[in-house]
Design a protein around this ligand. Structure first.
Ligand code: GLC
Length: 637
């Protein structure tokens, strides 16, 4: 069946592109990825016989419109499909306005990014959002327009070209779970357009919403309780997982699928290299579930991914699914979807475990939690990070805690107390985000530097200690494999933005405390080795430089995490045909000793610490690790 359809649609493609000089390439790509598209479609949209052809027509239009430089980029990427897996890949995430004012301004800061070693830039939402409150741009009103104060679509294209010339790939958000209620689809729906009304989940009365609510969690219990919003003009309830003005779209409607494919291909043709699939876990709804991670989510991703590969093969997808470990790996493809969905996914668990280990001065939970992760496809990679623009939610599993004799609820409570700074042993200055009185849940806002104690540090030794703590976190982020993402400002150890609440539209969302503006007048401090910024910059630069020389950090092999007999010391082991890499980390502020065998057991020949460029030698049968020590050990050269 699939084979017949692939052949029939091949003829359709061959016809449509008969005049195109690259028709042979497109047909080869269809032969390779067409089956993926058709299998995914059959799973979610059976009975829509014309849908594949509609999608293919969008592919044809996009291919025709694709510029020669981007077609050349496609050919180059097809020869180096592992570009985002390689040890020289380093990401940076920022808001264009907070970083450099405008898109053109970002183009003028490329040298700064290059100096840091950046090869991948994620610009936070920049497509036209609704006026007023817009969830940091995640309430998009027009996918075909850039936010006016940042520039135009032409500026976006120019920036992509500038970045490409500098060896930097561009990532943008694709907000695909919801649109702003001011988006043309929602406006038309309210005006009585039945076709557009069917783009949303609309309910005449509370019957179904109440039944869904019985099993639905709340994402923003504080400022947007519930998952449905009454709309006077619709005279109905509309699904709004996030804020009341973010309307969830109905992916069960094939028209919605086509609309989003057109948006994806348009962005690819502007020069976007990677799309961050925002809140992807939520796009399929099923009664009686939490309406996250439904199987259809992966089949839909597979369809979109396959279509994009035919039209614009240099484009990759990054899943933003902040979900439990057992569900997360599916976003990189499990079972029949392996290697066919997103190329990248955020490793939320690694991030949470780093902060948990630093607070507890104990890495045993990290070892248990990370060891449970199944392997990911060899063609995929994690996006690893210490901080991002969002809050930190304590995604810590009760069973993992029980495995080391801890109580999950108590540990999550400890972490919240610790990071808001009320726990007596705390070094942190964070804020509680979305305190949920029902579940006792408290998430955390704050920059890496403030959470790691730089604000509380009084003496030079304490400041050094705080920087070492951030650098330890970044050593794990860069050492794990995959693309490490630096959250803007972390490279200079920027502390909380205390003025965050002064902007009225931001005042009830304290995530703005960790979304500072780039202090360009202070950036020169990175050259002062005795300043916080200088120490942070030098440490991070060192990690980036060493990393790019270490082939074992290629994301095609997995990191295995092992506890040692000292609770504060954990090993990351990477076995690679090019040579093994053993990382040893002390997550505590104390000097600790570990029996030699706990470390040498992973490879007695792995004794050269590439970060310090010296051999580690045991003392009386033990390895001694300084506070927050990070070793990246290979064989001696
Ligand atoms: C993602 C974004 C977050 C936003 C949400 C809704 O989780 O990272 O900032 O609030 O999606 O779009």
């Amino acid at each position: 069946m699939v084979d017949d359809a692939v052949t029939a649609l091949r003829a359709h493609l061959a016809d449509a592109l008969a005049e195109d000089p690259q028709v042979v390439d497109v047909l080869a790509r269809w032969a390779r990825w067409g089956p993926d598209l058709l299998v995914g479609l059959a799973e979610v949209y059976p009975g829509h016989a014309d849908l594949a052809e509609r999608l293919l027509d969008l592919v044809v239009d996009a291919h025709r419109a694709r510029s020669e430089p981007l077609r050349a980029r496609d050919r180059a990427r097809l020869l180096a499909p592992d570009w985002f897996q390689r040890p020289d890949a380093v990401g940076y995430a920022c808001y264009a306005d907070r970083f450099a004012g405008t898109l053109a301004g970002v183009g003028q800061r490329v040298d700064y990014l290059r100096e840091l070693g950046v090869t991948y830039l994620h610009l936070m939402p920049l497509l036209q959002p609704r006026p007023g409150e817009n969830d940091g741009g995640y309430a998009v009103m027009d996918y075909g327009r850039v936010r006016a104060d940042l520039g135009t679509m032409e500026d976006l294209e120019a920036l992509a070209a500038t970045l490409h010339d500098a060896g930097i790939a561009l990532t943008l958000d694709l907000v695909l779970n919801h649109v702003a209620k001011e988006h043309a689809w929602a406006v038309a729906a309210r005006a009585g357009d039945a076709k557009r009304r069917a783009y949303f989940h609309v309910f005449d009365d509370r019957d179904l919403p109440d039944r869904y609510e019985a099993t639905l969690p709340e994402v923003f219990p504080d400022f947007a309780p519930g998952n449905f919003t009454w709309d006077e003009e619709l005279a109905a309830w509309v699904w709004t997982t996030f804020n009341a003005w973010q309307w969830d779209v109905n992916w069960g409607n094939p028209d919605v699928l086509c609309e989003y494919l057109a948006i994806i291909l348009d962005l690819a043709n502007r020069g976007v290299d990677c799309l961050r699939l925002d809140a992807i876990a939520f796009i399929w709804k099923r009664l009686g579930t939490d309406c996250q991670n439904q199987p259809e989510v992966h089949a839909i991703t597979r369809v979109l991914r396959a279509a994009a590969r035919v039209a614009a093969p240099s484009l990759v997808f990054k899943a933003e699914a902040i979900v439990a470990p057992g569900q997360l790996v599916a976003y990189l493809g499990r079972g029949e979807h392996a290697g066919r969905v997103s190329d990248l996914a955020y490793h939320n668990s690694l991030m949470v475990q780093i902060w948990s280990a630093l607070a507890a001065r104990d890495a045993r939970l990290m070892a248990v939690a990370l060891a449970r992760f199944p392997d990911i496809p060899t063609t995929a990679a994690w996006a690893t990070y210490l901080r991002c623009h969002d809050d930190i939610g304590w995604a810590i599993d009760d069973d993992d805690c029980a495995a080391i004799g801890w109580n999950g609820y108590a540990h999550r409570g400890f972490l919240s107390d610790f990071y808001v700074g009320v726990h007596p042993a705390s070094f942190a200055e964070g804020l509680a985000f979305q305190e949920n009185p029902v579940t006792g849940d408290r998430r955390i806002s704050g920059t890496a530097a403030s959470l790691a104690g730089l604000g509380q540090a009084r003496t030079d030794a304490q400041r050094r200690m705080a920087i070492d703590r951030i650098l330890l976190g970044y050593a794990m982020v860069l050492g794990f494999g995959g693309i490490p993402l630096i959250h803007m400002g972390d490279e200079l150890a920027l502390r909380n933005d205390e003025g965050w609440a002064a902007v009225p539209e931001q005042a009830d969302d304290n995530r703005w405390i960790h979304r500072p503006r780039m202090p360009w007048d202070r950036v020169h401090e990175r050259e002062d080795p005795n300043s916080d910024a200088g120490r942070m910059w030098a440490g991070l630069r060192r990690l980036v430089e060493v990393r790019r020389t270490l082939e074992p950090l290629h994301a095609s092999v997995a990191t295995r995490v092992h506890a040692t007999s000292h609770p504060s010391v954990v090993c990351f082991v990477r076995r690679h045909p090019a040579g093994d890499l053993l990382q040893v980390y002390n997550v505590s502020d104390a000097t600790v000793a570990v029996p030699l065998g706990d470390i040498a057991g992973h490879g007695p020949e792995l004794t050269l610490d590439r970060l310090a460029n010296r051999s580690v030698t045991p003392y009386r049968g033990e390895h001694v690790l300084r506070p927050y020590a990070a070793w990246w050990l290979t064989e001696e050269r």
